[in-house]
Design a protein. Sequence first.
Length: 262
Amino acid sequence: METEHAPILSMEKLTMSYSGTPVLKGVNLEVESGQVIGYIGPNGAGKSTTVRILLGLQQGYGGTARLFGENIKTSGIAYKRRIGYVPETAEVYDMLTAREYLVFTGGCYGLDAVKAEKKGQQLMNQFGLANVFDTRLSSFSKGMRQKVLIIASLLHNPDLLFFDEPLSGLDANSVLVFKEILAKLAETGKTVFYSSHIMDVVEKISDRIVLLYDGQIAADGSFEELNAQNKEGSLEDLFNQLTGFHQHAQIAEDFVSLVEEV
Ligand SMILES: Nc1ncnc2c1ncn2[C@@H]1O[C@H](COP(=O)(O)OP(=O)(O)OP(=O)(O)O)[C@@H](O)[C@H]1O
């Protein structure tokens, strides 16, 4: 049972290895309802793996993951109706039109077809995609697909949102709109677990930033708290510092030297 004060999301000693190589080495995290968590870390750190575990899409992990107070290993799948997810790389059903896709995904989350269609159309209109509601997704640009995925993740009004690099392909105006949407969703009490490499956006939208490094949580706090501890400027600087990365200029120089060798 979900208890009144239980965190909406928690991980206890979460571990995961692929072919014997450890990726998560004991991740502990508790998230309160209504927080926007910026989940960051270097390429290959295990961010998507964490999200897949929490969504019940990844088997073979150790430790305990709880959503809405319940262990996801034993709670059945009902909790999934309260979750929205935009994956890092999504397979959309290319031959479907946006209308068909949204009705289908709405149905997967328990929404009836008429409602999913109406809401899908309204949200497509908001994103400036009214004229392609009946166009096949195969002809959509990357950014247009991304918008459809964002809409699909929100159709059923979930309480907990997982966004894995959701801005991928979105133009600058759409990014502005999306940032506002996130802020409004958080205002209405939604919890957002936001994983991205776009540091200025993470810095702006997150109440709390969690850095995954070497299989564990290496930093956890608001941007101001992390900044005060580390005395760096932007989140990008902080990221470089916390992950011990200072060789960008040397790597770039070596890289271009190699390119120039013929
Ligand atoms: N299905 C899989 N089989 C084998 N190895 C995997 C699999 N999925 C992920 N990995 C490995 O686990 C590690 C973590 O991958 P993951 O995608 O979780 O990282 P990430 O932090 O999301 O990275 P990025 O920022 O590049 O998206 C990587 O070394 C990756 O190669």
